[in-house]
Design a protein around this ligand. Structure first.
Ligand code: PA5
Length: 444
């Protein structure tokens, strides 16, 4: 269960104002639930937890089993934006921090990501790794035409075709049901394919095969993830001021509109959650940053970033609030020992769990940042499990839809993403862009 605690905002906002914004958030929830708002043909994500059939998970597991039978030990997941961040977030959150370095047999293939940049070094080094391993690939693109994954896929595909006699069985495509270059190629080559539903946009797609397949391949329990998400599907649809998504959406909009807090920093105290920040930034940035409006989403990992960004957050321009993702219990136990010399003067902590220090750092930071003028929201889960991660995904998606409607923005389109693509195509002299190529070259 995801819980929202707004106690760290209490000294900044008036109860009466909060109530007004709860009212706005409940209205926005009504718009989301009735499907009467902008972008309402992209609401398929709301019911993915309760409507995903077991047969879809079984299909993902059958890819996992067939690749295991081939001895596949490396899966290259190719995709960008919403076609990769959810899977990466889940796999990093649920994996052992040192999974790659640990000795001993592995239960699952290593999953690496590509197609999320255009760095030649990255691709060359990826291929160094692929060449040493027994590889397969999952290529994910809803549109089927995005340049970054298309470039990476062309290279990985060429290698797989040249190296393995069963090449087409080592490639899985996740794309639109009917259209796009990837769909055409997959049909032509007989690749196993999964569908990105028409009514689910990229950044809301982690609980479709876009996220589920890579997560299954990495060895994690997507049934538990969907069960956790289902709990939040129900909780976030409640017409109540206790609805956690309503609370979160109301408070962040109040801080933005009434206190001029234009930056929201997602904070975690566990390095495994770094990619939750990346996933969340895309979700909120692409959903809300439109029409010259929106809260700028940033993320930090404490305590490490307290030694870098901590200074700005404490004393720089007062433009931000924090949302802390609080994991109540750690998964493992490490107790600080006693040292007869005590040169580091840590004996006062002897017998304490390291997580106790982390919790006190979190509490101390909360008090310091509130004293420094930074309101703090808290989003808590009991532990870092697949179940709770699924709950977080569903919670943040719901709260994003509600929040954007409070702001008066369509949360489900991303018109601004096209601007760089058009310029890039013009500069790359893509056929069909001749006029733009001429115009852009004149500007250089
Ligand atoms: O959220 C979005 O819609 C985007 O981030 C897309 O996921 C991203 O641009 C990749 O698009 P595609 O899956 O069509 O390759």
């Amino acid at each position: 269960m995801v819980k929202v605690n707004l106690g760290g905002c209490g000294s900044f906002v008036k109860d009466a104002d909060y109530k007004v914004y709860v009212g706005k958030a409940l209205e926005a929830l009504e718009v989301l639930e009735s499907g009467s708002g902008a972008g309402n043909d992209f609401l398929g994500w709301k019911h993915l937890p309760s409507e995903t059939p077991g047969s879809l998970i079984a299909e993902c597991e059958s890819v996992r089993d067939s690749w295991k039978a081939k001895g596949v030990d490396l899966v290259v997941v190719i995709g960008i934006g919403g076609s990769y961040l959810g899977a990466r977030c889940a796999i990093e959150a649920l994996s052992h921090n040192f999974a790659k370095q640990l000795a001993g047999p592995k239960d699952a293939p290593e999953v690496v990501f590509a197609g999320n940049n255009l760095s030649e070094d990255y691709l060359a080094e990826l291929m160094d790794l692929v060449a040493q391993r027994n590889a397969a690939t999952v290529v994910i693109s809803k549109s089927g035409t995005t340049t970054e994954p298309a470039v990476a896929f062309r290279i990985v595909k060429e290698y797989i075709e040249k190296t393995y006699t069963d090449a087409s069985e080592r490639i899985v495509a996740i794309t639109d049901a009917r259209k796009g270059a990837l769909k055409t190629l997959a049909t032509q080559e007989g690749y196993k394919t999964f569908v990105v539903p028409d009514n689910v946009g990229g950044r809301y797609s982690v609980l479709t095969p876009v996220g589920l397949l890579p997560i299954v391949l990495a060895g994690f329990d997507v049934r538990a993830m969907l069960a956790g998400a289902k709990e939040m599907e129900i909780a976030c649809a409640l017409r109540s001021e206790e609805n956690p998504a309503v609370k979160y959406a109301a408070m962040r909009n109040l801080l933005y509109k009434e206190l001029g807090k234009k930056v929201e920093i997602l904070v975690s105290y566990n390095p495994k959650l770094q990619y939750l920040g990346e996933w969340w930034k895309q979700l909120y940035g692409e959903s809300e940053g439109k029409d010259l409006k929106g809260i700028f989403p940033a993320s930090v990992n404490f305590t490490t970033d307290l030694h870098s960004m901590g200074q700005f957050i404490q004393e720089g321009e007062r433009i931000m609030f924090e949302t802390v993702v609080n994991v109540e219990k750690s998964g493992r136990s490490v107790i600080i020992g006693s040292d007869p010399q005590n040169l580091d003067q840590l004996n006062y902590l002897a017998g304490r769990h390291v997580e106790h220090c982390n919790a006190m750092a979190q509490l101390g930071t909360k008090i310091a940042h509130i004293d420094g003028g930074v309101p703090q929201l808290e989003v808590s889960i009991e532990n870092l499990s697949a179940y709770n991660l699924g709950g977080l995904f569903q919670f943040f998606e719901y709260a994003c839809g509600i929040s954007a409607y409070v702001l008066g923005i369509n949360p489900f389109n991303q018109p601004g993403v096209e601007a760089y693509k058009k310029n890039m195509f013009a500069l790359l002299e893509k056929p069909g862009y001749e006029e733009m190529t001429k115009a852009i070259k004149e500007r250089l």
